[in-house]
Design a protein. Sequence first.
Length: 444
Amino acid sequence: MYCKTITCARSGSETILLSVEADIRNGLPGFTVCGAVSQEMKESKERVRIALENAGFLMPPKRITVNLSPETKKNDRSSPDLAIALSVLSAYGYIPESFLNDIAVIGDLSLDGTVKPVKGVFSYACETEKSGIKRIIVPFENAAEAAICKGLTVYGVRSVKEAVFSLSGEKEPYERDEKAADELLSEKRPDIDLNDVPYALKSKKALYYAARAHVNVLLLGSEDACRKLCEAFGNHISEISNEEKIKYLKLKNTPDITENKDIEVHNGYVVIKSAMNSRKTDLGALYRALPEGCVTVACASPCPCGAYPDKSCICTGSRLKSHYAKLDKAVLENTAIYTHVGYGLSDILSVRESGNVFKRSPEIRKNTGRHESADVNTSLSEENKRTLERLFAGRPFSEREVMNTIKLAKVIAGTEESEVSAKHIEEAFSYCVFSIEKRAADEE
Ligand SMILES: [Zn+2]
């Protein structure tokens, strides 16, 4: 007898559907898994055979062949045990073949036949829903996660037997629980905000403006300092709707991101812990995949010795140059605000300004906050245009830098509830133009 079912796998940066075929016939008894699949998937045959026997299914000695397709790669991840088990049971005649139509099956098995929770169920459920399949069997513990995909009927099962009962209609589907879904989507706010970070006034301002303008930031500073700022930053990002949270959960569940400890996806913002040539993840693809309004904070060390732009930096101009050449192109192309973390003069003069200078984010943001570039030119006064001309005179610049400066000046003026003036444009300029100071070694 022959039977087929569907499961999912994470392959490279995407999630794919795998078809699991099982065939049982007379001949030399054995269990073979074929198809170009990873060793890990091939090993599941032993678990499946023992789990089925321990769960009480009699398996007369026959020749069992399981075929997984399409071809997967060496590092692909999947949890095909339960899908293989149900295909085999159906091929043995325990389950009518038609019961396995229009359903995806996810789950790993213990040797006693219990179904173990697995990682990445949300992305599997999304892919299943996208393909038009209407039902999914997942481990009991993962049911709430799968049920976030509203187009699916979800069965959460604890054992192979419960999976069989789900197919036969003897077990009810998982009842959607809005509260459980909210909990999965929401995120705990960090304990600190920018007011609690006792240094880097300029960088704190940069982050504060970025949260309001919904533009991306490049933080150049020590790992420690950057980490603390990024954590505090979370409190200045507005709360987002559940619909938007689902987009972030999808992003968090893409294989590339799950495997990469250097990238943190939060509701409303993303932290890239190293903006220097990233080998693990294509950052260009990441920026393109970001939900509308998402703010990214990319971090990088400021120079090989770590002290730049402080006078104590011992790096030569050429070392600085080759250091900055390592910055990922995608980060530079997508960044509007650059800032060096450290004790600048303004920090020393204003250590611990009294009161809470930086307001926490409002509860729900009204719109995505993207500023239309169309109104950028029209609403600038003659005086402001002259200020811009003065600042950009005699230096190479890009249109993007000019536009970002104007946008940011508007945001800065907005936080003071005043009209844009020269001082706002000057402040914005200091964030939006990336430059490293010329050093003696450069001139040689
Ligand atoms: Zn240095």
